[in-house]
Design a protein around this ligand. Sequence first.
Ligand code: DGJ
Length: 389
Amino acid sequence: MKVKPTIASKTFPVLLALLAIVALISCSPKEQVAKYNHSFKPGEIWVDTDSVHINAHGGGILYYNNTYYWFGEFKTAGKGGNSAQVGVSCYSSTDLYNWKNEGIALPVSNEAGSDIEKGAVIERPKVIYNEMTGKFVMWFHLELKGQGYGAARTALAVSDKATGPYTFVKSLRPNAQEWPVDYSEELKTKEYDPELKWWTPDWYKAIDEGMFLQREFEGGQMARDMQLFVDDDGKAYHIHASEDNLTLHISELTDDYQDFTGKYIRIFPAGHNEAPALFKKDGTYYLMASGCTGWDPNAARLFEAKSIWGPWESMGNPCVGEDADLTFHSQSTYILPVQGKEDAFIYMGDRWTPKNPIDGRYIWLPIQFVAGKPTIKWAEDWDLSVFDN
Ligand code: DGJ
């Protein structure tokens, strides 16, 4: 018997086809890639939601409005790729595995003589949000074009939107004509022989006492590798390698985060630390840093303090296991508190590839608290469930 087609039997195949098309569109290759990453694979190529290796080196993370924003140095290929040819990049994510390219948050300038002229060195950008002004505040290490690493400045850019564009405001050497808190009256006027031979006991003593601090007193202290930290009370701090990378400084920022108050301390004079990354757990401040060996990795060091103003104590190397003495071939850039999980912090490091900087890899590893000490172990492939135990 021949069945007469009804309206339903005629439209059903059409509806099915339409549903299939909708399903195909919503599962386009781009979407599939967006959900491609389900874990962290330190050292491997890490693709964004466009299937391109993430380009945000020396980075840091801002968490705002349920979203993580990763800012970093946009590196280019080959020789010269470590100088800023493009600017500071920004990526966003809600799960930390999959990152969407939000474009260039702070582009370099094409204007000759601009502090951020294309070809300058722009490193380790960090962004924090200021509740009082509603502005996103970016600080970064800046070396002026053509001056190698001699300028040693920190620089400020601001935006009304997390992803930017950020407007460059100024660059400076911090804390000009300010002495660190608790710096002795006697040392302020002590004279040193400028010809002292580096790395000799007398030279170490002079560095410890502040010979280079004095040298930069008028024009402001040197600022290279840097970090920002916002404390529970909303106060923000700028932490940087100063005094020719020999001594770290921790400086207080003004309430709008756009300037230095002039209050600062020196920690571990002549300790030769850079790549500072600070985090806080249960009222204790932890500061991770590296030694100074250029782009080559070395052993990390960890310090702790009950107050950001010290005293800071040394805790040795937080890394354990094979290659712990090389920080698993990486250098610290940020310690990321994972939202919604207790005591969950991720070590973020860079595996630099100076011959082809764009190929630099990201080493993200969970921080575990072993007998109370932050400890980092290598993991080939891991996910956030490690924090559930
Ligand atoms: C090590 C620093 O941590 C990097 O940010 C970069 O400044 C290189 N040195 C340059 O050699």
